[in-house]
Ligand binder design. Structure first.
Ligand SMILES: [Fe+2]
Length: 397
């Protein structure tokens, strides 16, 4: 069944509401009633039927390498102390504030526009995101209110842009992955048969070359309002966790055992979800699964990170089924419970989050679905290198 998206006015929600229809059509795009214009109507999800061939391998050169080379030169020159990781130059300004989100993950920045960063600053940013896992920028009106073309120009600096096989995208811009939910419908990959809406994952980890630095922002936010309540943004936060920190918490003996393991990541369940007519009902590229190291090494920082997630990891290669299930369940529980490695991003208008999918995992929190409220976001997803095993010589093929 092919589902298409249309917008209808709803008395329950003051803004346009997406509903799934079961009609089939070659291509349809949501349209906004003239009486209720939505500022970001040009970014509503479109589910084209365009089919794409399998992705091909490419060489990824991480911009963070250039920043690290400059930093090492500064150490050699004596302008930076060895072993220190000073803030990059573009953040050292009286107008810019930078604060740590938690000791293990994230920094938050305000006072600078991402749209104004030159190439050297983008390199420095890539290194900062790699080191901190998550960098949150507030006050990004200039970037968010630019255009899909500008989003893509930004993302392409950090790697080849990924086209998602099943998600909605702005019409004409398949490289922009959209999340969309309101009180009546969702176009996300969600389960409704779980006791929690959490679903830890690293984006599209089933690809041969999964994403590195990733940019995401919301353009419509759930909010609280009502008698006795100040209007405030509430609901739809995103949880992040450091997979570097979760790995470090394990014993050296267990770490060494895990370094020798390989896991299968699969995109089949996500594709099947769409093939049942949910999310927009299209699969534009046949699903794949790939074998990755269970512990990967970041190409720039050299840090080791767990690379398993409940959403896409399926099995440890070479182990018996029960052994694989036991170890994966232990690791998933460890990720779930490790609040000491996590950060929770409360979205406010014009916030942009950048995370490194190689060393973090994240989950949306769908705690607003009874509120008839819209949560609408855009993701720009450059692919990076094929995961590098932490254990030297581990054969993946
Ligand atoms: Fe995600």
């Amino acid at each position: 069944m092919s589902a298409t998206a249309t917008i209808t006015a709803s008395s329950a929600a003051p803004s346009p509401v997406l509903k799934l229809n079961s009609t089939s059509a070659e291509e349809q795009t949501p349209s906004t009633p003239a009486a209720e214009p939505y500022r970001y109507a040009h970014l509503l999800p479109h589910f084209s039927q365009t089919q794409y061939p399998p992705l091909t391998p490419f060489e990824h050169v991480d911009p963070g390498h250039r920043a690290l080379a400059r930093e090492r030169k500064a150490v050699a020159n004596g302008t930076v102390a060895e072993g220190s990781t000073p803030l990059p130059a573009f953040l050292r300004s009286p107008n810019v504030t930078v604060s740590e989100v938690t000791p293990n993950l994230g920094v938050e920045v305000s006072g600078i526009s991402l749209s104004q960063l030159d190439d050297a600053a983008r390199d420095d940013l890539a290194l900062l995101v790699a080191r901190r896992g998550l960098v949150i920028f507030r006050g990004q009106e200039e970037f968010i209110d630019s255009s899909p073309e500008a989003y893509k120009e930004w993302g392409q600096y950090f790697g080849r842009l990924h086209i998602h096989p099943t998600s909605g995208h702005p019409e004409g811009h398949p490289e922009i992955h959209l999340v969309y939910r309101d009180g009546n419908s969702t176009f996300n990959f969600e389960r409704d048969d779980s006791i929690t809406t959490l679903s830890w994952h690293s984006d599209v980890s089933y690809e041969l070359q999964p994403p590195g630095l990733t940019t995401f922002f919301l353009i419509a936010h759930p909010h609280a309002r009502g008698e006795g309540l100040e209007e405030s943004y509430s609901g739809g936060d995103t949880l992040f966790t450091s997979q570097v920190a979760t790995f470090k918490r394990l014993s050296p003996e267990f770490q060494e055992f895990l370094r020798g393991l390989k896991v299968i990541h699969s995109g089949f369940e996500q594709a099947d979800y769409s093939r049942t007519g949910r999310r927009g009902g299209v699969v534009r590229r046949e699903p794949v699964e790939h074998i990755h190291p269970l512990v990967r090494k970041h190409p720039v920082t050299g840090e080791e990170a767990l690379y398993v997630n409940r959403q896409f990891t399926r099995r440890i290669v070479g182990l018996k089924r029960e052994e694989s299930e036991m170890i994966l369940r232990f690791l998933y529980d460890h990720i779930d419970k490790s609040g000491d490695n996590q950060a929770r991003l409360k979205w406010t208008p014009y916030t942009i989050a950048l995370w490194d999918n190689r060393v973090t995992a994240h989950s949306a929190i769908v705690d607003f679905k009874d509120g008839k409220q819209r949560r609408h976001g855009c993701r720009i997803t450059p692919q990076a290198e094929r995961p590098i095993p932490a254990k030297e010589g581990l054969q993946l093929d």
